[in-house]
Design a protein around this ligand. Structure first.
Ligand code: NAD
Length: 256
């Protein structure tokens, strides 16, 4: 129960890493707003929480993280339903991309930046203001990616957005320290979620082989780390990146 008494907003909470984190957080005693573009799926996750025996521990909120007013409304929803906010997990995102010279900027750049980059900025801003007004401090965890630290094929816009998430995290830790706020970014490698499902089976097998132990990470394994980072046990992890990539970033090339 390391999150007992804490209230969290988890964006992208309806699926994958976000859903697993919702379930982990309620098991650790938190109250959670399951915030997602897909309200129906967010409500299904709330039903899962209820079925696990944590009645009233989760509440669904429809949000498009690329709209600041909607992100503010989701933070307000947490305060209205659960009375406060202690943690925001800026995790909603999309993936994919095209070779740079094939880009239509309106299709292959702008939406990615609006969701994966602006969405995190909006979460930091809205939650940061709430933490300041509450006078309680808080924790901001944001999902970057291994691609936030390196170039990758078909990932020009995605890499830019995920690099910004790391920069936002450092700056937020710096700017919000006076309000007792911590900020941490995580960089997942290859996680078995629907976002990966859009790629061919061949590519998915390649992805798995790129992690040192040759397997995809389960979303629950990421959720375990996020719960730790949100807890007071991680009190000195601040303004930095926690690699959750099963060794992907530890080596450059294999010959087998
Ligand atoms: P997922 O597709 O299972 O979950 C993403 C969720 O975000 C979905 O529920 C979707 O509805 C929601 N979402 C999309 N656009 C939104 C918007 N505009 N507003 C609100 N919600 C929106 O994928 P996932 O793998 O769980 O992805 C979670 C995060 O992890 C993403 O930021 C992704 O980039 C990142 N990530 C994933 C992997 C991986 O291998 N799965 C690796 C690195 C980083």
């Amino acid at each position: 129960m390391r999150l007992a008494g804490k209230v969290a907003v988890i964006t992208g909470g309806a699926s994958g890493i976000g859903r697993a984190t919702v379930l982990k957080f309620v098991r650790e005693g938190a109250k959670v707003v399951v915030a997602d573009l897909n309200l129906e799926q967010a409500e299904a996750v709330v039903a899962e929480v209820e079925a696990l025996g944590f009645a009233g521990a989760a509440s669904a909120s429809k949000v498009d993280v690329s709209e600041f007013a909607q992100v503010e409304a989701t933070v307000a929803h947490a305060v209205e339903v659960f009375g406060r906010l202690d943690v925001i997990f800026n995790n909603a995102g999309i993936a994919g991309g095209k070779a740079l010279l094939d880009h239509d900027p309106a299709v292959d750049y702008a939406p990615m930046i609006r969701i994966d980059q602006d969405g995190v900025y909006y979460g930091i801003l809205a939650a940061g203001r709430q933490f300041r007004d509450q006078g309680t401090g808080g924790v901001i965890i944001s999902t970057s990616s291994i691609y936030g630290e390196q170039a990758a094929e078909l990932a020009f816009s995605y890499s830019a957005a995920k690099a910004a998430v790391i920069s936002f995290t450092r700056s937020a830790a710096y700017e919000l320290a006076e309000y007792g706020v911590r900020a941490v970014a995580i960089t997942p490698g290859r996680v078995a979620t629907p976002i990966i499902g859009q790629f061919s089976a061949e590519l998915q097998a390649l992805f798995a082989s790129e992690q040192l132990r040759g397997r995809m990470t389960a979303p629950e394994e990421i959720a375990d780390v996020v719960a730790f980072l949100a807890s007071d046990e991680a009190n000195v992890i601040n303004g930095t990146v926690v690699h959750v990539d099963d060794g992907y970033s530890a080596y450059k090339q294999r010959f087998t």
